[in-house]
Design a protein around this ligand. Sequence first.
Ligand code: NAP
Length: 204
Amino acid sequence: MTGGRVLILAGTGMLSEVAEVLAREGWHVVLPSRRYSPIAVPETRPGVAALRALRPPGHVRQATGGSTDRQGRAIWVEASWDRPRELARKAEAALGGPADLLVAWVHDQYRRSVMGAIEKLLTEDAPVVEVRAVESGGLLVEPEPLLVTHPTQLVLLGTASENDPGRSLAHGEIAGGVMAAVRRAIEGHPTSLHQVGLTRPLVR
Ligand SMILES: NC(=O)c1ccc[n+]([C@@H]2O[C@H](COP(=O)([O-])OP(=O)(O)OC[C@H]3O[C@@H](n4cnc5c(N)ncnc54)[C@H](OP(=O)(O)O)[C@@H]3O)[C@@H](O)[C@H]2O)c1
């Protein structure tokens, strides 16, 4: 599946590469967050980057120069997890139709309200990728997927890198793990849990 609609919750932080890759592959990407933070795509004209910061909420970025001929795009909408119904309403308008994929990394205290509010925006069988971080001590509160009727790739982030247990997970390790889960979701895999990094406490 390519070229569908994808809603990414918290897609302007460490998941911005995921948003960029999907837009390049032809997806219509919707990114609700509080601050305007467009995904990085190659500029076609010099000077455009300087103008980007002046663009208003809802501005549409065209993702160009990807590996396929399909042209995706990313739309940022100003929304906060504090107001989940408003977030859902704005995201629905920006999606322009039911979402074929959800990628979410929402702080625990907002997780239920936000995921609950946006569930109605998904197609009946839309896969979900949810990113969760283990608490200190390697524990995860409520590890089960929230949207039980949707096949969910749960990405569980450990506290240390597999490559170097002496340090935390690097940005690239997180983005790579999430992107791998997105691929599995798009391929139609059933619900499963994937751990990125080690869950044992850091030992120095
Ligand atoms: N996707 C992520 O990057 C993410 C998600 C959850 C947790 N974390 C954890 O947070 C730590 C700090 O990283 P960070 O500074 O990048 O994370 P952050 O401040 O939690 O922001 C991460 C993403 O979530 C969005 N976000 C945060 N609070 C929001 C809210 N109330 N409503 C809507 N969107 C919201 C941010 O966009 P705005 O600030 O513009 O709203 C951004 O896209 C990291 O150690 C990471 O483990 C990261």
